[in-house]
Design a protein around this ligand. Structure first.
Ligand code: COA
Length: 259
């Protein structure tokens, strides 16, 4: 497997996928999303693997979002392709037949929070931060954030996080049910492996069926994801989006006009 932006490690039946762009806070460019889809699919098909851990390289970031520099010049059409691709890959994580645990080792912002939420469980290190700051860029989340955050933490808190763009810390994420455990950073992978080793002792067939059934709880056929993809794409036509992205890249506060 020739992966440029990920590490793919196998040990004791556990596949650990590490997003490996630490100098860019592990931001998800299109190539990384593609590799992630490929890696998850490989792990899903491999009978020797009982579970998957997704984490980020380095001590600071799990994933700080989609790659802003890459998408800054996208047309609405390209933005739609980007959102569709991300949804596709994150859906494949959510629908994986093996348990997928996000080991959130730092910032999980935007696409990083969305990636963590697509996993079946989340464990956070004490320094982790979760948020959907897209509104500060003049865009809506594009990888499932409006839908999965609402499912996980409820409408009121999700709305607040999505509208303010404020991030929450690991303990608050735990009290909201967004993460299962908070541990010291050096314990993160150990905790994830401990959970997977418990599951490894159970029926793999029942385990994969349970994953399917838990997903089935959420009403099938809802239109929210499509609405989000369209709204994400439409954001790319607005001045606020161009201003928000330019301000980020120029490291200055954004001056939004609401246009
Ligand atoms: N896309 C592209 N590049 C990103 C990025 C992203 N989402 N997040 C961080 N980076 C890059 C920075 O541009 C910087 O690159 P440079 O060294 O070439 O200038 C590098 O990663 C380090 O980030 P920096 O901002 O200097 O680190 P920090 O510790 O001061 O702040 C964050 C960390 C995560 C708070 C900050 O990087 C941030 O706000 N990132 C964007 C989060 C976001 O809006 N995500 C949603 C995207 S849709």
């Amino acid at each position: 497997m020739n992966l440029k932006n990920l590490k793919y490690d196998l040990a004791d039946g556990v596949c650990t996928i590490t997003i490996n762009r630490p100098d860019k806070m592990n931001a998800l460019n299109i190539e990384t999303i593609s590799e992630l889809g490929f890696a998850v699919n490989e792990a899903d098909q491999d009978n020797d693997i009982i579970g998957i851990i997704i984490t980020g390289e380095g001590p600071k970031a799990f994933v700080a979002g989609a790659d802003i520099a890459e998408f800054s010049a996208f047309s609405p059409k390209e933005a739609k392709e980007m959102a569709l691709k991300g949804h596709n890959v994150f859906d494949s994580i959510e629908n994986c037949s093996k348990p997928v645990i996000a080991a959130v080792n730092g910032f999980a912002l935007g696409g990083g929070c969305e990636l963590a939420m697509a996993c079946h469980m989340r464990i956070a290190s004490t320094n982790a931060k979760f948020g959907q700051p897209e509104i500060s860029l003049g865009v809506v989340p594009g990888y499932g954030g409006t839908q999965r955050l609402t499912r996980l933490v409820g409408k009121a808190k999700a709305t607040e996080m999505l509208l303010t763009g404020d991030a929450i810390n690991a303990e608050d994420a735990k009290s909201l049910g967004l993460v299962n455990y908070v541990v010291e950073q050096d314990q993160l992978l150990l905790k994830a492996k401990e959970i997977l080793s418990k599951i490894a002792k159970k029926s793999p067939l029942a385990a994969s069926k349970i994953l399917e059934l838990v997903n089935a709880y959420y009403e099938k056929g809802e239109n929210g994801f499509n609405d989000e993809i369209n709204a994400f794409s439409e954001s790319f036509e607005t001045s606020d989006f161009h201003e928000g992205v330019a301000a980020f890249l120029e490291k200055r506060p954004a001056a939004f006009t609401g246009k």
